[in-house]
Design a protein around this ligand. Sequence first.
Ligand code: AMP
Length: 436
Amino acid sequence: MNKMSISDIKDFKGKKVLVRCDFNVPMKDGKITDETRIVGALPTIKYLLEKGAKVTLCSHMGKPHSIFSAEVKLNKKDQKKVDSGEATKEEIIAKAKKDEPKKLTLAPVADRLNELLDGKVTFAHDVIGPDAKAKRDALKEGEAVLLENLRFHWEEEKNDEGFCKALAYDAEIYVNDAFGTAHRAHASTAGIVQYGIIKTAVCGFLIEKELTVMGDTLDNPQRPFVAILGGAKIADKLNVISNLLEKCDTLIIGGGMAYTFLKAKGYEVGTSLLDEEKIGYCKDMMEKAEKLGKKLLLPIDTVVTTSFPDPIDAEIEVETVPSNAIPADKMGMDIGGKTRALYAEAIHGAKSVIWNGPMGVFENPTLAKGTIAVAQALADVYGKCTTIIGGGDSAAAIQQLGFADKVTHISTGGGASLELFEGKVLPGIDCLNDKN
Ligand code: AMP
């Protein structure tokens, strides 16, 4: 890792530090339902408080309207409502201004942080307004304030320079510890440094760990290195497939994206998820694998249904067929038993594994067997192999199955880790100071 982290800074005493965290936690009726992200941010915050810094914390929460901005901008969905006459702009904004300060406020996060950090955290009811300024001015050494939801300003996602200056306020040091948004060039994730407003910019412990574990495995893996990709759409993972083929020894494909590969092999895929436009791409990838001498594993058998379950966890009838004999009226929903064994065997022989995306429609218990088999195989090699879960659905699956402590690393950022797998430079990391 060639970026500076907070442990590279010697003196935090009395320093004003702005920390970008990822406190985008799931909430129900004003209560936090999963505090993993809050707990994940604690090592960095505790470290700064113990060193005597004056800490301003910031984060986004959900997808609010820009109700704190002078002009509230509508998203595409709202614009459609306005265009179709379903609602007026004024009605949409009035509803957002009424509901969102309650639903998408970070106040419950501040309360929880305050409990976890012995009463050292206050909450500012705005982001760059009078309350934020007053509370930042009042900070004593070893105290923190959490600002309100950054995305109550559209200027956050637009990386507006004026907003960056106001958000930086009088901070001398910037710490990015929000891996989940490190692939976005927003004001709080990159702009503050890109515009030269805060010169000293380092990562926190959470990002440092993500980069050390994932970066090292991608750049210098223990071999054999197996990459497993699943999920719904192939179009989302084109560059990931291509980049990982170059780095890994075996690439395993499952989930909805497998059927475009099977079609490219000339098989009938029935009514399975298929991206006609990407058939040529899949052929190219199969040729690329052959040229590079890499193994590209596709499902050899498939669990099929007559239709997509509705609701998604409804009871359904399934049958397993060879992948080259999917009936024209059937839909591929999960990898079959022979494929589960084949993929588990590849994982059992690996020294490093990265995994992103479920092997089937895992939300339905009958169609979760492929995803469970991969999670089980990763748990089997725990301690003998570096196993990395790239966030999102696969992270949720491994947690639900109770295997979270049987893998080396579960990333806190699905989108960000995918971009890392693509070989992309993440703006929230690129902007940080280099070591030396
Ligand atoms: P992604 O967001 O691309 O990682 O995709 C995750 C989604 O892919 C999950 O909601 C799964 O239900 C879905 N998925 C996995 N396998 C299939 C399949 N064979 N057909 C349709 N959807 C699938």
